[in-house]
Design a protein around this ligand. Structure first.
Ligand SMILES: Nc1ncnc2c1ncn2[C@@H]1O[C@H](COP(=O)(O)OP(=O)(O)OP(=O)(O)O)[C@@H](O)[C@H]1O
Length: 318
């Protein structure tokens, strides 16, 4: 694990956080920091403890051990001042069911001293399209957009966003990503939990990988993915015979169909994936009569790293 980057820009400092539910330990000594003007993405499989972390940070749950500093305050003792300075999006929304969407947003805005412009935010997140609809009647994605609007309307210094783009269509997701970039540019510290590697790659200034209630790695996407061997990847029809390709390539690379239709030529020593290897693989594809889709040389993807750190695909499927 990379050393923590403790400094004055940290809006959230979590040290050795422990939370148990009966005999189940959800957080087992978790360390994490989130800095102002940065998006910190918390990644990890189902049950890793991400939501419990957000619930502890927002004062909804009492930790059993460790320490928490939220904008220099204690989330349970200083709930009131923190409510004015933080924004929270929880997975189950927590919206009142009996009022129209835009009225709910106005109500939340009125609780803040310098809220964003409500009509403008409503337009940005598409809340204006269902502003008069009762919250109870909103679709999952509409509720999610309203809950996100409520979380950010008070211009929070620190925003806790638990899976903000889950259930959103691609257009809404792009809008949410733009909004998160605006928050970051305004100096907000954003703690984002997500299962979307694309979201983390696009937005995260820092990534914390959580497994079994502990941070098992942290750093930038670049720091986490820059180690490991170079790999030539391409897509082609599944089940192509690889023997001829293996015979044509040097022994300094290993060739596999990593998953059906996804081929990888991995360097077994530094520099082994060289231009000649790329040309050989392309010629082999030509001999097979196939066009290699997305042929590219790179290192591990963020998904590869996270799967490796958290125990592989079977663990994620559990
Ligand atoms: N209220 C609760 N009572 C008992 N156990 C709980 C409770 N909430 C969470 N847990 C357990 O604590 C562990 C961590 O759960 P948590 O919801 O924090 O994980 P998560 O990383 O957010 O998962 P997901 O990705 O599925 O949202 C899990 O084993 C879960 O079953």
């Amino acid at each position: 694990m990379l050393p923590p980057r403790g400094d004055a820009a940290a809006a959230l400092v979590v040290r050795g956080l422990v939370k148990r539910y009966g005999r189940r330990t959800a957080l087992d000594g978790l360390d994490l920091e989130a800095r102002r003007g940065e998006v910190t993405a918390v990644l990890g499989p189902n049950g890793a403890g991400k939501t419990t972390l957000v619930e502890c940070c927002t004062g909804l749950r009492r930790p059993d051990g460790g320490s928490l500093s939220v904008l220099g305050l204690d989330p349970r003792a200083d709930g009131r001042p923190l409510a004015a300075r933080t924004g929270v999006l929880l997975q189950d929304g927590g919206l009142p069911g009996g009022a129209p969407a835009e009225a709910v947003l106005r109500l939340v805005a009125a609780q803040h001293s310098d809220p964003m412009d409500v009509p403008e935010l409503a337009r940005l997140l598409g809340v204006d399209g269902f502003g008069r609809t009762n919250v109870r009647r909103l679709s999952g994605g509409q509720k999610q957009r309203l809950a996100l609007a409520c979380a950010v309307v008070g211009r929070p210094e620190l925003a806790f966003l638990d899976e903000p783009s889950t259930g959103l269509d691609p257009h809404a997701r792009a809008v949410v990503w733009d909004l998160l970039e605006q928050l970051r540019a305004a100096g907000t510290a954003v703690l984002l939990t997500t299962h979307s590697m694309a979201e983390a790659e696009r937005l995260a200034d820092a990534v914390v990988v959580v497994r079994d209630g502990r941070a098992v790695a942290s750093g930038t996407v670049e720091e986490l993915t820059s180690s490991g061997p170079e790999v030539l990847r391409f897509g082609a029809p599944a089940g192509l015979p690889l023997d001829a390709l293996r015979a044509a390539l040097p022994t300094s690379v290993a060739t596999d169909e990593a998953e059906p239709g996804r081929y990888e030529v991995t360097a077994l020593r530094p520099g082994a994936v060289d231009p000649q290897v790329v040309a050989t693989a392309a010629s082999w594809c030509a001999a097979q009569g196939v066009l290699p889709q997305g042929l590219a040389v790179g290192r591990r993807s963020l998904e590869d790293v996270v799967l490796e750190l958290t125990g592989g695909p079977s663990r994620w499927a559990a």
